[in-house]
Design a binder for this molecule. Structure first.
Ligand SMILES: Cc1cc2nc3c(=O)[nH]c(=O)nc-3n(C[C@H](O)[C@H](O)[C@H](O)COP(=O)(O)O)c2cc1C
Length: 229
């Protein structure tokens, strides 16, 4: 081939032979994003849901990932807009963008609540103020004023015997139960698309698809295909 037309240096960023599952690569990209610290929230992903009002999207933090079973974990208020839409439709989609690495990962799938014990354990690891906030905030509901949130937070502190000293880390250990309306969701991937930016918009892109069953579980095999970018 004439040198001028050679695509030397424009090899794709994904392996020529796609792996049987995308999950190890997704995990590696995620971990690399955490290590790179290129943004303050490297575990952030945009979560899309759909409801009667149409589709909606917002940022949440990806707080867990099972490579073996193929699901992501995020935490939220089950009564929030996203929470209600996840439960009503049973479907959600998420997208990560690691700009510094020219990588994007899209995950679509079936969403179900995490086991209660897992949410309990995660809740207890959260900073004290975040635990109080989970009780105080009726996420996505109208609020009369900012003062209403602070007043609710004060009431929650009183209810659980939390003093300002506790907030300063000087009042000893406190255990606050997880609010029933707050916890994790597992997004079981039925589709994962990995995208690597390339010169001249000749990006490299592949999608893996599988069935997860109802209730969802891992173990099924993935089918993969490269896509035009
Ligand atoms: C960097 C970042 C991380 C966030 N992480 C979460 C999260 O993990 N869980 C959550 O419920 N909201 C999180 N939020 C707030 C959501 O984006 C959103 O405002 C909120 O959950 C209400 O969404 P909804 O009304 O669509 O349910 C985060 C926002 C930002 C900017």
């Amino acid at each position: 081939m004439d040198d001028a037309w050679s695509l030397g240096g424009l090899d794709g960023g994904l392996p020529e032979e796609l792996p049987a599952s995308p999950m190890a690569m997704l995990r590696a990209w995620f971990d690399e994003g955490l290590r790179a610290k290129a943004t303050p929230n490297p575990d952030a992903m945009v979560l899309a849901t759909a409801g009667e009002g149409g589709p909606s999207a917002r940022v949440v933090l990806c707080r867990g990932m099972s490579v073996e079973d193929g699901y992501l974990v995020f935490y939220t208020n089950y009564e929030s807009r996203k929470g209600r839409e996840c439960e009503a439709s049973g479907r959600a989609a998420a997208v990560f963008h690691w700009d510094h690495a020219e990588r994007q990962a899209r995950v679509e799938g079936v969403v179900v609540r995490s086991p209660a014990e897992e949410s309990d354990a995660y809740f207890q690891r959260r900073p004290l103020l975040s635990r109080l906030g989970a009780w105080a905030s009726e996420q996505s509901r109208p609020m009369t004023s900012r003062a209403a949130l602070l007043e609710r937070t004060r009431e929650v502190m009183e209810r659980f015997g939390i003093t300002p000293m506790h907030l300063l880390g000087e009042g000893g250990e406190v255990e606050i139960p997880r609010p029933p309306c707050w916890g994790g969701f597992r997004l079981w991937a039925t589709s994962v698309e990995l995208w690597v930016g390339g010169d001249g918009r000749l990006h490299d892109r592949a999608v893996w698809r599988r069935e997860v069953g109802d209730p969802p579980r891992g173990g099924g095999s993935w089918e993969s295909v490269r896509l035009f970018p």
